[in-house]
Design a protein around this ligand. Structure first.
Ligand SMILES: Cc1ncc(C[n+]2csc(CCOP(=O)(O)OP(=O)(O)O)c2C)c(N)n1
Ligand code: SF4
Ligand SMILES: [Mg+2]
Length: 310
């Protein structure tokens, strides 16, 4: 499926995001898909500054800044307020970092997901608290360097599986997205726009200063995350129906890791350990998709049986 990129930009040039910021490119695609009738709610994060300092703004749509822990519930409140005023055609998108989603904002997000609040919640995941100086979050990958997981300790636990957590809430739609795959990104945002209820988009956002790589490699690194199966691109409908959107080439994880200073301490044994973990996660994801295929074909067979017996 191919999509033309819309001509109108809703992110101004000249914002203060770092060169090569995957989160800024992601915002650009998100707004291209959602259009002008969007309101953006931003908790404390890098994007609090990228959005600009009052009265300036880097977005051509309204922004509401909120506290670190409250992106989801603030967005839900804005949506309810709009509905109370009879405005039903405006999308409200919470736009939060991994810290504001996986960690401190998880309680508000879980509550909104359980109530199926009518918002799009996009998490741009740069895998650490970047705005305050690269501290680890629960989205930081296993064995990564951050300022709070320094040499020789590094991150000893795996990245939290936020997609599984969101799927467990049985929300209408959850999807992973990457700024290196704009057509897939736009397709998912457009699908989300057409639905109601809580729609969750998890975006892996490459971050040159936090991941320690030259800014011109940003899209390449985001692409390698997908091609190595570290960050597969898929959708989950209703919390149970999994669909893979991009078949990864299955490149070795070393292709991704070796370009980033945050992994420069890894020896061959540690890289092999990460490879094994990635293969295990991939097998788990594939088994989810197979469960879906088996269920669908069982339902179809049952349907055929009903027809033939009539
Ligand atoms: C309650 C509270 N604790 C701490 C902070 C300080 N703070 C502001 S942004 C931030 C990190 C945000 O990390 P993340 O959500 O991953 O977004 P990023 O900065 O990486 O874009 C922190 C700790 C705060 N604003 N409020
Ligand atoms: S620190 Fe990372 S996420 Fe923050 S503006 Fe810079 S590149 Fe973007
Ligand atoms: Mg972050």
């Amino acid at each position: 499926m191919r999509y033309e990129l819309p001509k109108e930009e809703l992110l101004y040039a000249g914002h203060i995001g770092c060169p090569g910021c995957g989160a800024s490119l992601s915002m650009r695609y998100a707004l291209q898909a959602l259009g002008k009738k969007t309101m953006v709610v931003i908790p404390a994060c890098c994007w609090s500054t990228v959005a600009g300092f009052f009265p300036s703004s880097s977005l051509k749509v309204p922004i509401l800044h909120t506290v670190f822990e409250a992106a989801a519930i603030t967005a839900a409140g804005v949506k309810k307020g709009l509905m109370a005023r009879g405005v039903s055609d405006v999308q409200v998108m919470a736009w939060a970092g991994d810290g504001g989603t996986f960690d401190i904002g998880l309680q508000a997000l879980s509550g909104c997901a359980e109530r199926n609040e009518d918002i799009i919640y996009a998490c741009y995941d740069n895998e650490a608290y970047m705005n305050t100086g690269i501290q680890r979050s629960s989205a930081t990958p296993y064995m990564s360097w951050t300022t709070t997981t320094p040499h020789p300790v590094f991150k000893e636990t795996p990245k939290k599986d936020i997609m599984e957590i969101m799927a467990a809430h049985r929300i209408p739609y959850a999807a992973t997205a990457s700024p290196a795959f704009p057509e897939d990104f736009l397709m998912k945002m457009r699908r989300a726009k057409e639905m109601k209820g809580l729609r969750f988009i998890h975006i892996l956002s490459s971050c040159p200063p936090g991941w320690k790589f030259p800014s011109e490699l940003s899209v390449k690194i985001a692409r390698l995350a997908v091609e190595t199966k570290i960050f597969p691109l898929y959708e989950i409908e209703g919390g149970t129906r999994f669909t893979l959107n991009v078949k990864p080439r299955g490149l070795p994880v070393s292709e991704y890791l070796k370009l980033q200073g945050r992994f420069s301490h890894l020896n061959p044994k540690a890289i092999q350990d990460i490879q094994v973990r990635v293969e295990e996660e991939w097998a788990r994801l594939v088994s989810r998709m197979e469960t879906r295929r088996r269920r669908t074909s069982a339902v179809q067979k049952k349907g055929q049986g009903t027809k033939s017996s009539l």
